[in-house]
Ligand binder design. Sequence first.
Ligand code: ATP
Length: 588
Amino acid sequence: MVIQMEYGLIADTYERMEATSKRLEMTDHLVDLIERTPKELIDKVVYLTQGKLYPDYAGIEIGIAEKLAIRAIALATKVDEKVVRKSFERTGDLGETAQELLEGKAFKVERPLTVEKVFETLDKIARTSGRGAIETKMNLLSNLLRETSPKEAKYIVRTVTGKLRLGVADMTMLDALSVVYAGGKGARGEVERAYNISSDLGAVASTVARGGLAAIRKFGVQVGKPIRSMLAERLRTPQDILEKMGGACAAEYKYDGERIQIHKRVSEVALFSRRLENITHQYPDVVELTRKSIRAKEAIAECECVAVDLETGELRPFQELMHRRRKYGIKEAMELYPISIFAFDLLFVDGDDLTSRPYPERREHLEKVLAVSDRAGLTRYRLVRSAEELEKFFEEAIQDGCEGVVCKSVGSHAVYQAGARGWLWIKYKRDYRSEMTDTVDLVVVGAFHGRGRRAGTYGALLLGAYDPREDTFKTVTKCGAGFTDDDLARLPKMFEDYRISHRHSRVVAKLEADVWFTPSVVLEIIGAEITLSPIHICGLDKVRKGSGLAIRFPRFTGNYRLDKAPEDATTEEEIIEMYQSRLKRLPA
Ligand code: ATP
């Protein structure tokens, strides 16, 4: 039996909804619409009411440009395009224009327009691509408009041009579904949970319509449907965090990259962003890493994807991932801006929904499932029980190129709160970073051997600032970026004369370089920021007890300052001054 529903019913409800801005009234209208909708069609009606055909993550957009809609309206109403444009100038709403022009025509509509017909046509419009697509889309729309009443035309045109905007929030829709099918708003929490683990209102609507609350309770995580991200609250001090966490928590490095939710089914992999867009095509390398590293048939894992310098192993700034936000040239971007992934959660594995298990258990599963390699690891993690331990770990995180730490509850109640910002995760980013705008001139005091493509030369140089009072060079950064292939090939020869077997007596360093030099050569370096550092000596104890300062994301500008003696290099004092003058404190 073909179940049908008239689109006119939907259009009438939309009209009533437009007349109110009160959430309660809005819910009532939705309840009315849902009650009149056959269960078989509820998903489609839910999507349409939000101006869509599918959940957002499917990435299927109707997307008809206004210009094209004008042509379709002109064709359907048999008027000149100029007339349509003129009306549009006046109404400012193509939907109203379509309604107005159709009202004047009184075409004979053969049979009532059904929801299926509307949905099917919009779906065709959305999926038409390639040569001749524009004409096809235009014809599909104008044919559809010929079958509509003026009011229906108004909403269809608004829908195809992305201007429906009834203001039906997800939560209002969930309220209405709960009222009609789950016994009242009291069930909203459970219905919402289904939404939070699927990001698919249509699927939730179909499930609750067919099976009520019982079916919603059984609604599980599914590979392929993104789980809405759990988010962190924020506190200012380690003391506050530990207090909130009941005295202990798992502190994890907060990597500065892009959050990716990985869905794996056998060799099929889909990747979703923090906002649940499908970003699989941007990261073929993550897809490959997933296939190699996740030892499960089916899994949903979360990770932070971070740009890395393959030579030095250092993390690179978040901005480098911007090169992945494109349709073409991904292969080049992959080579120029390689990444690593750091996994931090496992939400599903081989039929087992882990979202309601406590965090330590999820992490244990994650450790078992992930085959660690150069490019795929787990987030660095430490169980801390005191403010001092937390502070120490935080400083290590900053030093290793992270933004701070995310503290996670290890209590038995520490479930994965999909779609919520809550206190089970608390981030600590109290900032000790200061943006750098000027270049600095630093002295080469040591070097590290290169790997891979840089085997046989240096992978990074150890650089120091000058302290005129003590007449020493104090390390402030390790730089491997910005050297051309020619530079790289020349480095060992260039430094041969300065090479010594031990750290020079005028060099102060905690780091153990592979090779040490007599301080002689000065390089111009630009960095992104200056941070506190437990391993560099420059500025030690001057800004903060136990910490020095480091230049993060340093890059050689290409300028060998042959005109400068090492004693002319940027001084420790200057670095401290740069740090303090531009210190950017993040709001709490
Ligand atoms: P922010 O801009 O601070 O990253 P946000 O609103 O994107 O904030 P929050 O939930 O407040 O997200 O902070 C956690 C974010 O930090 C995650 O979305 C994730 O991208 C990132 N992150 C990095 N490392 C971790 C980790 N170990 N555990 C969880 N999230 C991490």
